[in-house]
Design a protein around this ligand. Structure first.
Ligand code: GMT
Length: 374
């Protein structure tokens, strides 16, 4: 198949999932064309079946905001025609579903019919999408997509509650390429921690929704009682206040801010406990990646996280902001080697039920069905 993928290229989970899917399908022999405003971080540039098309906008002084959706729709039209694409898969409704709809209408005008699948990821519905400034356009694009998928049952429900949805929404959960995740404890752990220290890890784009201050607060409570260090992976608007809080709390030397890194797998591979205290999380791809690395997760009980983490089995789910309970959960793992081993084993087993091999097959079947119905 010749597949077009449209995604945000940044460190957000939707871009990660879109590019991992592209990398995997390319290996299976499908031709992938990724369209975005810059090269997605995890896209494999060395595979012959992977092509990248940058949407470039020449800044023009008349425009207060550069019209990205128009440029994107035009890039989709050109790529579909030139590369003879069979199907389009757009990740994150804003502005991708809207631009894809426009592109398909322009193509239809030239007698070219191409189906497009919209995959909803979370904040495109729960935060930004429901904003009245975008809602009518998001609603329209969902209802005019050839097919709509959501990454969790929770997100499907939120979408149906918040929008007047006419389409069926199929849940195809996020997945993880299990091969890349494993324990790398022996060789790399020593660079970050002493033998007697527990390594905590948090990975995100440090947006307010991630509640990174709670990560620091949980860690402080644990650090007061047990030797530990915290690795903060990623970057974003709340990084400064998180750094300040760790200085104010006197744990600056125990919190390592790594910034954006390509090698999330190694970071997870040396970690013992993953913290994700978000205020909303449609799925929590970073939690799944941690679990694939055998790392138990302590998270808030929101959105789709309960579809990923089993409370008291491979992690803990607590109320939003309940840093006290989260710290107690962590201490219970640190203080019982047996519990830590069981949780870690169960985390990996749960991650195996989200294997990329099986879940990507569901997308392929969907693409084929839509192509056949064209
Ligand atoms: O969570 C983010 O800040 C990024 C965002 C994205 O779209 O890039 O993540 C959303 O999509 C991920 C992939 O499907 C999900 O795993 C995340 O849970 C979801 N984030 C939220 O719902 C807050």
């Amino acid at each position: 198949m010749r597949i077009g993928i449209v995604c945000h290229p940044t460190y957000g989970g939707s871009g990660v999932m879109a590019t991992e899917l592209g990398n995997f399908l390319a290996k299976k022999g499908h031709v992938i064309h990724v369209i975005s405003h810059s090269m997605p971080v995890r896209l494999n540039p060395f595979h012959g079946n992977i092509n990248f098309h940058e949407v470039y906008i020449d800044p023009y002084p008349l425009f207060h905001h550069q019209p990205y959706e128009v440029a994107l729709a035009s890039a989709i039209v050109e790529t579909v025609k030139r590369e003879k694409l069979d199907v389009l898969h757009v990740h994150y409704a804003i502005p991708h579903a809207y631009a894809a709809y426009m592109a398909t209408q322009i193509l239809k005008d030239q007698n070219i019919i191409i189906p497009f699948i919209t995959t909803l990821h979370g904040t495109d519905i729960t935060l930004v999408g429901k904003n009245p400034a975008y809602k009518p356009a998001v609603s329209f694009s969902i209802n005019h997509s050839s097919y709509v998928t959501a990454v969790s049952e929770s997100l499907k429900k939120d979408t149906e509650d918040l929008f007047d949805v006419k389409n069926l929404i199929e849940v195809i959960p996020n997945f993880v390429n299990l091969k890349g995740y494993d324990r790398k404890t022996k060789d790399k752990r020593q660079y970050f921690a002493k033998d007697n220290e527990t390594i905590f890890c948090h990975v995100s784009n440090f947006r307010p929704v991630k509640r990174v201050l709670d990560v620091i607060k949980v860690f402080k409570k644990v650090q007061d009682q047990r030797n530990s260090i915290l690795i903060m992976v990623g970057d974003g608007p709340d990084r400064n206040i998180a750094e300040k809080l760790s200085r104010d709390l006197g744990i600056w030397d125990k919190v390592i801010f790594r910034g954006k890194t390509y090698d999330v797998q190694s970071m997870l591979g040396i970690s013992d406990i993953f913290l994700l205290p978000s205020s909303t999380e449609s799925f929590g791809l970073s939690a799944l990646e941690a679990m694939a690395s055998h790392v138990p997760v302590i998270a808030s009980n929101v959105g789709g996280l309960s579809e990923v983490v089993d409370h008291n089995k491979n992690g803990f789910l607590e109320n939003i902001g309940d840093v006290e309970s989260m710290a107690e959960d962590a201490l219970s793992l640190i203080d019982s080697k047996e519990k830590m081993i069981n949780f870690s084993k169960s985390a990996r087993e749960k991650a195996e039920s989200f294997s990329m091999n099986e879940i990507s097959q569901r997308y392929l079947e969907l693409y084929q069905k839509l192509i056949d119905e064209k």
